[in-house]
Design a protein around this ligand. Structure first.
Ligand code: ADP
Ligand code: MG
Length: 697
């Protein structure tokens, strides 16, 4: 491997390259666009496009593509070659500013939830100059936003950028009140920790469930699972190590700050964490990371599973969204600071988050809702579907002291007056690392842990940024008009703690008693996607999101429909795959084994007259009974599948799937898994849990 410092960012048209290849006039103008969002004029765009093309061609690129994130959750690209015919029959490589700024992918098959009537099905892509262009597979990729002609967002990036803008606007108002007039921009930053499984490609190929749905739909519990916890941070096996090493190299070339990697608790499960970046860039990078993980795995004869729950009985995979707000002057607004003024400002931003999370619990839950993440939320290791905040004991005690005007134990028994006293030092809670909290304060950032491993991180951050922007707006409105800033601030913080302390919970989120306690506190507990998704268009949510110009009402309605449609389709594909595997693989395999046992029994009797065939008989009887049950359950499942097709209303359909189809899938699986435990290994038609989980050698 070449030196890391040399390969890092070698495929990225980053600031270094821009400085080196653009005239200083063009560079300054582009920089202004990147930093302050000013409009770019066409002559500058032309110069940038030309430099990009020259650089890309020198680095082996032949094509360019606008790279975007439609509502399917993955990334999309449409490649155009740079070539253009010259009059003398040769070709020249061309790329114009217009092509850089705007593209028309004619992507009429992407979900739009009815926004684009078919006669005007085109959407267009717009360059996001704040995220660097890069080279992937001989194509210059230009990060873009994807919109309809009437301006509605058809992707996940547009609302993300809008939500960042909303937060920036409100945070700047607050900072001004604290006298921080040098700050020009507040950005949110994110470091997403990505979990995944690796399985052997040859085994993967033998399982239709993995191929069609990304998760196992059948599989008896293996003799060994994760109970020994011997995989967690364990020595990385050489094949996986080779994969990780190549993955890092590929990510580094793309300027992605892949930093830590380790084995997770479940066998075959791993994690990769990058160094944090500005939210839209972190989002682009996470999408790329997921894509490259899958590609590199194949080169090592492996398959990378990004599904939230590829296996029953062991942990699922999530994505921890480490989130904070920072100024362009380098101040982390979630860092407590040293002086009374810094402390007060920190507490206000902290309270803004607490209020946001409580007021918009539903939106945070909705942001991570997919059919696949439903398996994880509330299950083994995953945080429950209830949104609550962990602050640690010290910070909680400080807030309580402020709320109740009572002395905090850590100080010299004085009550804390904001803006006057220095906050007592509270240690960054290292003991607990409360893994069960869905939203944990970890010293200078919040870690939102409900995201599924395959989720785009945009949705969660759109909602988080918007909800916090709303809290900040309410605070700024009040503070700007206040006669006595200090007193108003103190009272506002007290009121926030009082009104929203129900969302603070430092205990064990996996404990059953928490569900009852949360209910008493009036916290929401939407267990499934159909339960929560329709609330995305509740009046309070529409009002907040439209007032900050993050979504229009049309966009919200269409997104709700798309997400529910996606839920239904996902489960329907799973159920159909189960029926197919049951009828064409499992039943024939079990029957073949029954046949062999019967044959053996018959031969024994033939050879010895009255042989003892109790063993064969008992297995044959049990398995025959299970086959009958499996057949009946499969029939029921298929009947239900056709019933669902005729419902016609997406909300009703999602309820039917939640209440009937998913339980039926569970029943069929139970019977098949029982048959697996009694069928000779050589008859089982596909790799078992044991094979898959311990098969990467
Ligand atoms: P821990 O292990 O305590 O959770 P780390 O410092 O290892 O914390 O960080 C975990 C993830 O959080 C990393 O991806 C890291 O880049 C990210 N992170 C750290 N600081 C911030 C911050 N201020 N804003 C956003 N993400 C952050
Ligand atoms: Mg962490």
């Amino acid at each position: 491997m070449e030196k890391v410092t040399e390969i890092f960012g070698s495929k990225v048209f980053d600031d270094r390259i821009m400085k080196a290849r653009l005239s200083s006039e063009v560079y300054q103008s582009l920089k202004k666009t990147i930093d302050e969002g000013t409009e770019l004029d066409l002559s500058v765009a032309n110069a940038v496009a030309d430099a990009m093309k020259e650089w890309a061609v020198e680095n082996g690129a032949t094509h360019f593509t606008h790279w975007f994130q439609p509502l399917t959750g993955i990334t999309a690209e449409k490649h155009d070659s740079f070539i253009s015919p010259a009059p003398d029959g040769r070709v020249i490589m061309e790329f114009s500013g217009k092509e850089l700024i705007k593209g028309e992918p004619d992507a009429s098959s992407f979900p739009s939830g009815g926004i684009r009537a078919t006669f005007e099905a085109r959407g267009y892509t717009m360059w996001d100059p704040t995220s660097y262009a890069f080279i992937k597979d001989k194509s210059l990729c230009i990060p873009t936003a994807f919109c309809s002609y009437s301006g509605e967002a058809l992707d996940k990036k547009t609302p993300l950028l809008r939500s960042m803008e909303a937060l920036n606007k409100q945070a700047l108002r607050i900072l001004k009140l604290f006298g921080n007039t040098d700050v020009k921009r507040v950005n949110t930053s994110v470091g997403p920790e990505q979990e995944y499984f690796l399985v052997d490609k040859a085994m993967f190929d033998k399982r239709k469930d993995l191929i069609y749905t990304g998760r196992t739909l059948f599989g008896a519990k293996p003799p060994k699972g994760q109970e020994m916890e011997d995989h967690y941070f364990g020595v990385i096996n050489p094949r996986v190590a080779a994969f990780m090493s190549e993955l890092n190299e590929e990510l580094w070339k793309l300027g992605i700050l892949a930093k830590t990697e380790h084995n997770e608790v479940a066998p075959a499960q791993h994690e990769l964490a990058p160094i944090y970046a500005t939210t839209n860039i972190a989002t682009d990078h996470n999408q790329l990371t997921m894509e490259i993980m899958q590609k590199v795995a194949l080169k090592h004869g492996l398959c990378c599973l990004l599904h939230e729950k590829p296996f029953a009985y062991v942990n699922g995979s999530g994505k921890h969204n480490n989130w904070s707000m920072a100024t362009d002057t380098g101040v982390n607004l979630l860092s407590p600071g040293e002086t009374p003024s810094e402390n007060a400002q920190f507490l206000l931003f902290l309270c803004a988050v607490i209020k946001a999370v409580d007021d918009y619990q539903d939106l945070l839950r909705i942001a991570v809702a997919t059919a696949s993440n439903d398996h994880r939320l509330g299950a083994n290791e995953a945080p429950p579907a209830i949104v609550s905040i962990f602050l640690g004991d010290e910070l909680t005690a400080i807030l309580e002291a402020i709320e109740q005007d009572k002395p905090y134990e850590g100080t010299e028994k004085t009550t804390i007056k904001l803006g006057v006293n220095v906050l007592p030092k509270f240690p960054r809670d290292t003991t607990d690392r409360n893994r069960t909290s869905p939203f944990a304060f970890t010293g200078n950032k919040f870690e939102f842990r409900m995201l599924g491993s395959s989720n785009s991180i945009s949705c969660a951050n759109i909602m988080l940024n918007s909800a916090v922007a709303e809290s900040l707006k309410i605070y700024a409105d009040r503070l700007e008009g206040a006669k006595d800033f200090e007193t108003t601030l103190h009272e506002m913080i007290k009121k926030t703690i009082k009104d929203h302390k129900r969302v603070l919970f430092n205990g064990n989120g996996y404990d059953e008693s928490w569900e009852r306690e949360a209910e008493k506190r009036g916290l929401l507990n939407y267990k499934t996607t159909p339960d929560c998704m329709p609330h995305s268009i509740d009046e309070k949510n529409v009002k907040m999101l439209t007032s900050h110009k993050v979504f229009t009402e049309t966009e919200l309605k269409s997104r709700c429909e798309i997400m529910l449609d996606n839920y239904c389709k996902t489960v329907i594909i799973e159920a159909s795959t189960m029926a197919d595997m049951s009828k064409r693989e499992i039943l024939p395999a079990v029957e073949a084994y029954i046949g062999e046992l019967s044959e053996i029994a018959k031969n024994k009797v033939k050879a010895f007259g009255s042989a003892n065939v109790d063993y064969e008989k008992s297995i044959v009887e049990k398995l025959s009974l299970l086959c009958t049950k499996m057949m009946l359950k499969t029939n029921e499942l298929e009947k239900e599948l056709s019933a669902i097709k005729s419902i016609g209303d997406i909300v009703k359909e999602s309820y039917e799937i939640r209440d009937k189809l998913i339980p039926l899938m569970g029943e069929l699986r139970k019977v098949a898994d029982e048959a697996e435990t009694m069928t000779a290994s050589k008859y089982w038609p596909f790799p078992t849990y044991g094979d898959l989980l311990f098969g990467v050698k």
